[in-house]
Design a binder for this molecule. Structure first.
Ligand code: LMR
Length: 400
């Protein structure tokens, strides 16, 4: 029956790793997927995660029973607290409904399906550009996607006026996707003053903010600083959706651990929202996996482990910031034509280089350097040893 089924294309991001794995060159470099590597180019498991796992293994009371439909209660509480802040009125007033999710993607999808069922407005505005999976998650989840201007290729910065114009023209009640920090793929974030203007506009038009928080702690190295935009929206008492991921900031990529929080106006509403979230989750995957959430809860609960985590997290963020400086220096010393200062201005895991699809192809074919075709490179995949090779490839690509 499937004789005529079409061959599907590889995923634009994860497919880069598939191509990289097939390459036999010893100098090959994968800067596609946003996954942290050490200076030696190796994936990393945080010490604090190893410790938490050891504690879990040694705990005889631990069983493998099903979690509740919305996940581990401790994990949910601590995760909402991490993004909203311990002193958040929304938490104190018990008006946050949280569901443990399958990392950021699964949490976005649950939020989307909930909105498609229970919210009167089905249009979601997403930044142009955004993470390649966003439009698919929202469309398949039942929303209709429109975009708002975000990135200005001319300045390699934020198109703030375009953003304000497009959101001003959005129909009242529309949903707006916002990257909480370290915008993927551009690495360009609004300033706090610009966030405040965005907040005022969103609230005055009755738009519904939906934050994707995949990089808390990765942009600045501070969990609190990176949560500021979300906290500004929650502080005004309005509603807001937040999808969180522990893939990057705890290095728990394959454990698929994250959460969806819906900040409501009252505790009573939050309780009913929570009851409806269960109806979204149960037929989709029944209940979430236990291991990753237990690691996170163990770390967040224990002051010493939490502190250790923040140090390791800052170490990762600082290494990435250092890679930015090294890459800029390497291009400067090669006299590579163009202004590359955006490499150190952009933040988070990625640099949006400005290289076009042809130049990317050239670098992959001639230099075995793998990245997404929009010119995004994962700075987290770079090391002092590989910076010269990347700079050589970029130099050759722009001067060919
Ligand atoms: C990325 O953008 O590289 C990451 O968020 C990984 C993914 O799932 O695409």
């Amino acid at each position: 029956v499937f004789a005529n089924i079409a061959q599907a294309p590889e995923d634009p991001i994860l497919g880069v790793t598939v191509a990289y794995n097939k390459d036999t060159s010893p100098v090959k470099l994968n800067l596609g997927v946003g996954a942290y590597r050490t200076e030696e180019g190796k994936p990393v498991v945080l010490n604090v995660v190893r410790k938490a796992e050891q504690m879990l293994v040694n705990d005889p009371s631990r069983v493998k029973e099903y979690l509740p439909i919305l996940g581990l209660a401790d994990f949910n509480k601590l995760t909402a607290k991490l993004i909203l802040g311990a002193d958040s009125p929304a938490i104190q007033e018990d008006r946050v409904a949280t569901a443990q999710g399958l990392s950021g993607t699964g949490s976005l999808r649950v939020g989307t399906e909930f909105l498609a069922r229970h919210y009167h407005e089905h249009t979601i505005y997403i930044p142009q550009p955004t993470w390649g999976n966003h439009p698919k998650v929202f469309t398949l989840g039942g929303l209709s996607v429109k975009s708002y201007r975000y990135y200005d290729p001319a300045t390699r910065g934020l198109d703030f006026q375009g953003l304000l114009k497009d959101l001003s023209a959005a129909s009242s009640g529309a949903i707006v996707l916002l990257h909480a920090c370290a915008h993927n793929p551009t690495g360009v974030d609004p300033t706090l003053e610009q966030w405040e203007q965005i907040r005022q506009l969103i609230r005055s038009k009755g738009l519904l903010p939906f934050f994707d928080s995949a990089y808390q702690g990765f942009a600045s190295g501070s969990l609190d600083a990176d949560a500021q935009p979300v906290r500004m929206f929650v502080a005004d008492g309005g509603e807001c959706f937040i999808a969180q991921s522990y893939a990057k900031n705890m290095g728990l990529y394959g454990e698929r651990v994250g959460a969806l929080s819906i900040v409501c106006k009252t505790a009573d509403v939050a309780k009913r929202v929570e009851s409806q979230l269960k109806l979204v989750v149960r037929p989709m995957y029944s209940n979430p996996p236990i291991h990753g959430a237990s690691i996170v809860a163990t770390i967040l609960k224990d002051k010493a482990l939490y502190d250790e985590w923040t140090v390791e997290l800052k170490g990762m963020a600082d290494r990435i910031i250092n890679m930015r400086k090294q890459l800029l220096d390497a291009l400067t010393s090669r006299g590579t034509p163009g202004d590359w200062s955006h490499i150190v201005k952009q933040i988070g895991m990625f640099t949006f280089t400005g290289l076009n699809a042809e130049q990317v192809k050239f670098m992959t074919e001639k230099y075995h350097i793998y990245m997404t075709s929009d010119g995004r490179i994962s700075m987290a995949g770079l090391s002092s040893q590989t910076v010269p090779h990347l700079a050589d490839g970029m130099h050759a690509a722009v001067t060919q």
